[in-house]
Write a protein that binds this ligand. Structure first.
Ligand code: GDP
Ligand code: MG
Length: 592
């Protein structure tokens, strides 16, 4: 055990975590040169394609008689739950900061988490091979943040490999060996899991006490489910079998648990024969920030959607969902997400990994509604809001946020905070040229325009992180959307009264762009209660697409009809109007 070192890599998105992991795997000879490819630990197709890490990924390495267990983590704010879970499984963290950029918002958020988890932080300034790098300035910045000498910040290039050898030595010297008792009753923390169609649930564990051998009976203390440890082993990042996992190690257990709700992240694995073992503290349940509904384009796929979500939830412990039935869209699932990127990723994973074709409704935050009769309800979508006359007050979630920015943009950012109905809470300087602006604001504003406006106002130089704070009452109203005179539930939204007219107008304009012409004129209207606040008209379609091909070329005509049919397949009938099934996703992306 004294030769084990467990650590994770944390950083703002794109600062080089996954590339550093590549170099560590290479330098330690874990992955042979010919098997090397960039961002090796981003094993998901979607991760490779988008160039971002979505899932945490463990890998074990050998270095000078020591066993190093590394966990690579995502950097985007939507996936910080992955980071927080990794932190509980390790004793140290490499904090990577891009030397051309310096500390960013997610750097701060990660540092707070690592300090809270009591980890030894090893700071590094990365990308020193780039001409624009300022390793000394960035080292000073990190030194000040952590309260350490700037000289303790390692200067490395994850691209060229400079400084990697020394960094490995530092890990061995400075990260504490795991504590724990090999002879105590077995306790292993489940920090992640995965569903394997051929075997069952694969648990990612950190052994805190005792050990687990292949073929032993195991039990998950909180869920009570029993299983056999069909295989135990470690990641390289591929799964490699071992005879046993022992105190301090990070690895996996293949189980024969088929039902996914019996293998939750945060649970404690113990041996079947040690019934009195205590559960580890596990994880706080995460709070979903936004909610959206997913419907299969064809209703027969509904059971498949439900089943797929349950399986996906195993490798994404933050997912929460309930069944839902909409008049327009049929049966679907209402899902809680940690942000818009999370929503997009889950939709794509369901479509790719489970071969589903889905409609996603516009996301909403959750609201606490007090009724005049004293009742209180929590709603997660505008259509569930009762009639205005029955409502006493509506409260919406607020977030605490931090923006890290070059000082010249501070004024503009404070204005953005005010436009988002928020309040500045803090202004601190990292150095004379860069500042941290703290604020609180309604979540609904942050997930819609705030982030995009921040990026465009600061030419991409400012970064944002935020977390759930609490509910505050607001002057809120529901804006309804009517298509051809019929209210469409899934298009309505709850917004601040002060912004409702502009919101309604913009939404109508955008829908006019997105909805193709029909055989009749379609009115797109926005209303608050009985009052109409905006209207656009989509004029009627004039000609049949094939009309101009009189007689003549039959095959061409067929092709055109075929094309039209394909187009239709991705349409959804809502009342009298057929709209493209991705209209809700398009609405999130805004018009530009
Ligand atoms: P992550 O989001 O923190 O995992 O960052 P990645 O490892 O995916 O790296 C983001 C980008 O920075 C990629 O294009 C890398 O090739 C690049 N990168 C990472 N480290 C270095 C480095 O040391 N030097 C240079 N020049 N580029 C780097
Ligand atoms: Mg990465």
């Amino acid at each position: 055990m004294k030769n084990i070192r467990n650590f994770c890599i944390i950083a703002h998105i794109d600062h080089g975590k996954s590339t550093l992991a590549d170099r560590l795997l290479e330098e330690t000879g874990t992955v042979a040169g010919r098997d090397m490819r960039a961002q090796l630990l981003d094993t998901m197709e979607l991760e490779q394609e988008k160039g971002i890490t979505i899932k945490l990924q463990p890998a074990r390495m050998q270095w000078k008689d020591h066993e190093l267990n590394l966990i690579d983590t995502p950097g985007h704010v939507d996936f910080s739950y992955e980071v927080s879970r990794s932190l509980e499984a390790v004793e140290g963290a490499i904090l990577v900061v891009d030397a051309t950029q310096g500390i960013q918002a997610q750097t701060l958020a990660n540092v707070y988490m690592a300090i809270e988890a009591g980890l030894k932080i090893i700071p590094v300034a990365n990308k020193i091979d780039l001409p624009a790098a300022e390793p000394d300035r960035v080292a000073a910045e990190i030194g000040q943040l952590l309260g350490v000498e700037p000289s303790t910040v390692s200067k490395i290039s994850a691209k060229t490999g400079e400084g990697i050898h020394e960094l490995l030595d530092r890990l061995v010297d400075e990260v504490p060996a795991p504590k724990g008792d090999v002879d105590a009753p077995t306790q292993a923390l489940v920090f992640d899991s995965l569903y394997d169609g051929y075997r069952g649930v694969i648990l990612y564990v950190r052994i805190m006490n005792g050990q687990i051998k292949k073929n032993q009976e195991i039990r998950l203390i909180q869920s009570g489910s029993a299983s056999l440890a069909l295989e135990v082993g470690h990641f390289t990042p591929a799964r490699v079998e071992d005879p046993a996992l022992t105190t301090g190690q990070v690895g996996f257990i293949t189980t024969n648990i088929k039902s996914v709700q019996f293998a939750r992240v945060g649970d404690t694995v113990t041996l079947g024969l040690t019934p009195k073992t205590e559960a580890l503290p596990g994880y706080k349940k995460v709070q979903p920030l936004i909610f959206a509904s997913l419907y299969p384009t064809s209703q027969e796929e509904y059971p498949k959607l439900k089943d797929s979500l349950e399986k996906l939830a195993l490798s994404d412990a933050s997912l929460t969902f309930t069944t839902e039935n909409s008049a327009a869209l049929g049966f679907g699932m209402r899902i809680g997400f940690l942000g818009l990127l999370h929503l997009e990723i889950i939709k794509e994973r369901l479509e790719r990994e489970f071969d589903l074709d889905l409609i996603v409704t516009s996301p909403s935050v959750s609201y606490k509604v007090k009724l005049t009769n004293g009742d209180e309800l929590t709603i997660e979508q505008a259509s569930a809001l009762p009639d205005a006359s029955a409502i006493d007050s509506i409260a919406e979630p607020w977030v605490k946020g931090e923006v890290v920015t070059p000082a010249e943009y501070i004024g503009g950012i404070l204005q953005l905070v005010i436009d988002a109905r928020g309040r500045q809470t803090k202004l601190e300087y990292l150095d004379p040229t860069r500042a941290v602006v703290g604020f609180t604001a309604p979540l609904a504003e942050i997930i819609t325009d705030f982030y995009d406006d921040l990026k465009s106002q600061t030419s991409g130089f400012a970064s944002l992180s935020y977390e759930w704070d609490e509910y505050h009452e607001g002057d809120l109203v529901r804006v309804d959307i009517l298509l051809a005179g019929e209210r469409v539930d899934s298009l309505g939204a709850i917004v601040a009264r002060s912004k409702s007219e502009v919101f309604g107008r913009k939404l109508c304009e955008r829908l006019k762009e997105l909805i193709p012409r029909q055989n009749f004129e379609v009115a797109v209207q926005a209303a608050i209660g009985a009052k109409f606040i905006a209207r656009e008209n989509i004029s009627a379609l004039r000609k049949d697409v094939t009309a101009k091909l009189y007689g003549g070329d039959v095959s061409r005509k067929k092709k055109l009809l075929e094309k039209q049919k394909k187009g239709k397949a991705r349409m959804k009938q809502i009342g009298k109007v057929s709209i493209p099934s991705d209209v809700f996703m398009q609405l999130i992306k805004k018009g530009d």
